[in-house]
Design a protein around this ligand. Structure first.
Ligand SMILES: [Zn+2]
Length: 92
């Protein structure tokens, strides 16, 4: 299910949920039952946390042009968080 937006000439924009790709071009307004047309708008990215948006952007860029690294990330100079349970794992 996805949320789509429709515009009623009297009541303005309101959301409606339909399966992805099956939203009709027009529906009845939930308030006045007049014909409301579907409007296209940007996805609700503002509600996503900024670090998540940055991670998604980086993943998208990486899919097209992977970053080249010259060393294993996190080996030198950067302390990685260590879970206490890692000490109990079997060693090779
Ligand atoms: Zn209406």
């Amino acid at each position: 299910m996805a949320t789509y937006e429709y515009r009623c000439p009297r009541d303005g924009i309101f959301p409606a949920r339909f399966p992805i790709g099956r939203a009709p071009a027009g529906i009845r307004c939930v308030t006045c039952a007049a014909e409301a047309v579907r409007v296209f708008s940007a996805p609700s990215l503002r509600a996503m946390p900024r670090p998540l948006v940055a991670a998604l952007d980086r993943a998208g860029r990486s899919a097209e042009a992977p970053e080249v690294v010259t060393r294993v990330p996190g080996r030198r100079g950067v302390a990685r968080p260590v879970h206490p349970g890692h000490a109990r794992l079997p060693r090779p």
